[in-house]
Design a protein around this ligand. Sequence first.
Ligand code: UDX
Ligand code: ADP
Length: 463
Amino acid sequence: MKITKICCIGAGYVGGPTMAVIAQKCPHIQVTVVDLNQERIAAWNDQDVKNIPIYEPGLAEVVGEARGRNLFFSTDVDKAIDEAQVIFISVNTPTKTYGKGKGMAADLKYIELCARQIARVAKEDKIVVEKSTLPVRTAEAIKSILDNTGNGVQFQILSNPEFLAEGTAVSDLLDPDRILIGGDESVEGQKAINALVSVYANWVAADKILTTNVWSSELSKLTANAFLAQRISSINAMSELCEKTGADVNQVAKAIGMDSRIGSKFLKASVGFGGSCFQKDILNLVYIAKSYGLNEVADYWEQVIIMNDYQKRRFSNKIVQTLYNTVSGKKITFLGWAFKKDTNDTRESAAIYVADDLMSEQAQIVVFDPKVSEKKILADLDYLETRTLDQNKALIAAVEDPYEGCKGAHAIAVLTEWDEFKEYDWQRIYDGMQKPAFIFDGRNILNGQELKNIGFIYQAIGS
Ligand code: UDX
Ligand code: ADP
């Protein structure tokens, strides 16, 4: 089958960049990205391509090239489904906040709504591709809905998890380590797999396109995220031991990373991992393991989350303890709010939890993040339901200028590893702060010795 029309339901951090790159690399394929969120679609269509709703290095350029040519953003979901041969589902799958599996299982209501909508609209055979990270055997549920509520047309369900990391989404998509496509082992299933392979083959080498059965593909995605998160919790666990023993976690990470079996990536000790995937996917894995009665497996993976929560709390406790056991009324300036650099995404960012802890101790928080607005920060805190919006507003504010933000502060806390923080005029910042002037570097990115020479009391993670 020659693919000429695809659509993607969900114009988020995964769907948006992924479809933009497919459109750029496959000018012969018409790609339509649809979303119920009108504001988001309007932003994707903004005349000034710099105003697209997702900040990713290089993304505006890719969208600028393909948009209006073979890349379209729309709220007309029915039309896009009707026209497409291949439908990607890239909607959100948050952790359930109610009922059975609350706080652990993935909430599949958005996926189910999509499946029902596809079933209702489709008048011809379609390939439906799971792009969102999903629990194992979700494809089965989607298939059952499609087959039982559809108009008698044939659906092939493929699992094609996305491994891009935010902040490097465009380069990850252009040059992926691998593309994973899981499908049914029947003849029809193989045809669908081949059709999707032919799309990626426009720019990805054949030996990097891996095909498996659906369940292996679904579980591989959860496993990859669990392994990655586990590395961070492992090095973060060692960071506390380093602090107690006089070892330096950066030196330890370098020493172990040179072992080719371990590898050097993903060993940066930090204030804790954030992002929309790691916690959600591990909780989901834990839930799945428990549902099969595999309690030891579940406990093993749950420890990764327990360690991460501990690392965030440990950071806020350290700030309180170091500031003479009270931060009440003290100004603490956060550099960074996003969950990592080069993204405007704040989901599950460690900054949210550290701020919440310090606000409970009545600290006055000021935030500077190059890509995150005050509105977003307040929405993130609101979601925790610790305080009312007005109570939060009394304790936290964002600033547009980092020097202004640091003026009069008792302490600075680095929560995101934005490169620009390293280039600041730290003498100027020091001169404007209360003394003693403290810096808590939650990302180990600043030059501690230089800061100490200026007069700062500098504390890093794991040394
Ligand atoms: C992750 C996976 O990397 C990606 O493959 C998957 O598709 C989605 O989930 P993402 O969450 O976008 O991607 O970013 P990632 O680079 O993995 O970082 C996640 C969190 O871990 C961030 O908060 C980051 O700051 C933190 N981190 C990462 C560390 O604390 N130390 C490290 O060494 C690496
Ligand atoms: P991700 O990081 O996985 O891309 P996001 O939350 O950024 O997740 O994006 C998911 C998008 O899916 C949101 O913009 C949301 O509005 C959209 N969405 C959810 N359900 C539907 C649906 N049934 N039809 C269309 N769009 C949907």
